[in-house]
Structures are given as C-alpha cells and as structure tokens.
Design a protein around this ligand. Structure first.
Ligand code: NAD
Ligand code: UD1
Length: 337
C-alpha cells in the first residue's frame, strides 16, 4: 500500500481529498500546522471513512517537524496542499506568502530528497495564467502573476521544474485548480473560511443562511454574457478525485506534468446566485458594487489534457455544487465551531 503524506490535509481541499485517498486504498498521513484549519475537520473525515487517520501537527517550513515524520514513516509520495491563499493578505504581507508558500515548499522538497522520497503533487492555481488573452485556457497559455499569492505559485512551479532538471528521479505533477466549490455529500465537511469570506461561493452560502445581509457583486460591466465575472467552478470532490488519479499515475510519467483541473464551463456571478437560490430555496440579496482590483472578466479551463493523461473529467454540475455547498452551510452555519 502506497503511503502518502498530505500536507495541509486538514484544510478545505485536503480534507476532501483525504476521504477519496482512503477510499481508493492509500495509506495517508496528514501534516498540518492548523493555521487555517481545525482538528475537527479531520475528526469528521475519520467519521466518513470509519477509520483513524495519523495526524501530525507540524509546519512545512520546519525541517525538524518534517524529519520526525519521514523518520517514522516510509513515505512514497507527498500531496502538497499546505500554503496560504488569501490574495488581499498577500498584497499586504508578501513576505509571509513567500516564506510559507515558496520557502515552505523548498524545505519540504529538501527533506523529501534526504529521505529518498521524490514524488510530489503540487496545488497550483489558474491564477498563474494572469489575465488570459482568451478562453478556454490550456496549459500552454502564457504565465504571469498580478499579486504575491499568484507569484508564489509561479515560483513554486519553477522550483519544482528546476528540481526535476537537477535530478530526473523526481516525479512532479503541477495541478492548476480553477475555482473549487461544494462539499462532501455527507454535509459534514466543507469550506470554513475565517471571518468574512473573500471567495464568492462561501459568501453566497453565508448570505443564504442569514449570516450576511447581502452579496456585493464586484462589477456588472465586464465583457461577459451578463456583465458579471465568469469563472470555472469545480466541485471539490471532482477536484479531489483528480489528485487520486494523479497519484495513481505519478510513477508512469517521464516529465514534469502540468495539468488544469477545471470543468471547461464558465458561469457568471449572477448565474451562481440563481443556481444557489434554486438549490437552497433561499433568497440571496445582492447589490452591484465596483470591480474588485485585480479581477479578470473571464476564466475557464480547457480540461482536455487532464482527460487525456489522467483519464479524469469533472462530472458534477452547478446544481450539485450548490446543493452540496448548501447542505454543508445549513448543517454547519458556524463551520467547524
Ligand atoms: P486551506 O487554507 O483550507 O488549506 C490549506 C491548509 O494548509 C490549512 O489546513 C492550513 O492550516 C495548512 N497550512 C498552511 N500553511 C502551512 C504550513 N506552513 N505548514 C503546514 N500546514 C500549513 O486552503 P485550500 O483551499 O484547501 O487550498 C489548498 C491548496 O490549494 C493551497 O495551496 C491553495 O493555495 C491551493 N489552491 C486553492 C484554491 C482555492 O480556491 N481554494 C485554488 C487554487 C489553488
Ligand atoms: C480568487 C483569487 C485567485 C485564487 C482564487 C481561489 C483574486 C483576485 N483572485 O479567484 O487568485 O486562486 O480566488 O482562492 O482574489 N465575487 C463577487 N463578490 C464577492 C466575491 C467574489 O462578485 O463577494 C466575484 C468576483 O469578482 C469573481 C467571482 O465572483 O468574478 C469569483 O470570485 P472568487 O471566488 O474570489 O474567485 P476568483 O476571483 O476567481
């Protein structure tokens, strides 16, 4: 049985991926410093899969924390979710992002190599495409960054490519996520942002449940079908499945693999509001507000490469995303607290 270290495994995407990894027969160890997660998410995952999960509190920037894990466990591969992801915060505190995301990954890889583990699946983001010249976006589009968060993802991609050039025993898969939403069908795990959500889906869900008065829609004058921003929302369980498929195949690849994980469909903010109202039976009041700085009009994936090389495809539609997100939100109005 392959042993997999899941850094950031207590977080939103990591916890959902943990469920599918265990169901697929992988032996996993969760490693998280809990800076943006709680132990409760892991307890709930344990309930879903009906087994205990080895969980280690530690920081990917801390060599000793990592050595302890690698000395104790013979780890075959790492899925590296651990990192910070708030764009606005990254503009205000860039060093925090470069330290956590870039330095954290460098330290992790150094310790991995020392222990003879050279297989890594990395959480990159569609943000590395910057403001794309057209849609759908394929993996060969030009890369750029508009903020330190995005730059940290670009840097890590480059670092991992350099690592492979230096030693081609490395197996590297860079997964570029589009916009993950939704929750596990049990409604027991989901996205639990701190404070006021930055992202659309949790904001809509909190408005529907009555925690927020109204949604501010950031701009209705974009060149899209209704003027509001268009994104490729992908169900987190489909995204999680993409990681299982990547791990299943990682030993076969002979080069660094860079793969979009998206649905290929674009929905606007207003489309999402309507779909959520239908799924929840609740009204989502909104107001049109100015554009958010750094936002782009349209972003959706060409997901055909993932299908070709991983045999993976996102199957869940927008209704399922909203229904599952609502089940999580309405059963857990205060998240894991
Ligand atoms: P999340 O914040 O829920 O999960 C990240 C986890 O990493 C948290 O549990 C946090 O406590 C942990 N962590 C952070 N820094 C750490 C460190 N130094 N050492 C150990 N643990 C640490 O975020 P998420 O949405 O699950 O995102 C997971 C990954 O996917 C991140 O790297 C993020 O940048 C990337 N990503 C997310 C999105 C998205 O929209 N959610 C989109 C593209 C890429
Ligand atoms: C944002 C980040 C991106 C990151 C991604 C996942 C920015 C500029 N980009 O992407 O780097 O990878 O989250 O964490 O922050 N919207 C509203 N009202 C809201 C919130 C959002 O109208 O209260 C709109 C946005 O303008 C956008 C869409 O909803 O058109 C989606 O926004 P969001 O969920 O924040 O994701 P992205 O902007 O795609």
């Amino acid at each position: 049985m392959m042993k997999v270290l899941v850094t950031g495994g207590a977080g939103y995407i990591g916890s959902h991926t943990a469920v599918l990894l265990i169901e697929a027969g992988y032996d996993i160890i969760i490693f998280d410093n809990f800076c943006n997660a709680s132990l409760e998410s892991i307890k709930r995952v344990e309930k879903i899969v009906a087994q205990k999960i080895t969980t280690i509190e530690g920081d990917v920037r801390n060599r000793d924390d990592l050595h302890t894990v690698f000395n104790k466990h013979k780890i075959d591969a790492v899925i590296h979710f651990a990192g910070l992801k708030a764009v606005g915060e990254s503009v205000e505190q860039p060093l925090k992002y470069y330290d956590n995301n870039v330095n954290g990954t460098a330290v992790l890889c150094e310790v991995m190599a020392e222990h003879g583990c050279r297989s890594i699946v990395f959480s990159s983001s569609a943000t590395v495409y910057g403001d794309p010249h057209s849609t759908p976006i394929d993996e060969n589009f030009p890369l750029s960054a508009t903020n330190p968060y995005g730059r940290s993802k670009l840097f890590v991609e480059e670092i991992l490519r350099d690592l492979y050039i230096s030693d081609n025993r490395w197996k590297v898969i860079l997964l570029r996520y589009f916009n993950p939403v939704g929750a596990h069908a049990s409604g027991t795990i989901g996205e639990d942002p701190n404070g006021i959500p930055n992202n659309l889906m949790p904001f809509i869900a909190q408005t529907a449940v009555g925690k927020r008065d109204y949604l501010s829609i950031f701009g209705d004058d974009y060149e899209t079908h209704d003027g509001t921003g268009v994104r490729d929302y992908i169900h987190v369980m489909n995204l999680a499945d993409g990681h299982v498929k990547a791990l299943d195949k990682i030993e076969n690849f002979k080069e660094v693999m860079t793969i979009n994980l998206g649905t290929g469909k674009g929905y606007s903010v207003l489309d999402m509001v309507k779909a959520f109202e239908k799924a929840s039976g609740k009204k989502v009041p909104y107001q049109i507000a100015p554009r958010r700085s750094g936002d782009i009009a349209k972003c959706f994936a060409d997901p055909s490469y993932a299908k070709k090389v991983l045999g993976w495809e996102a199957k869940k539609n927008i209704e399922e995303m909203c229904v599952d997100s609502w089940r999580w939100q309405s059963n857990n109005p205060d998240g894991y607290n």
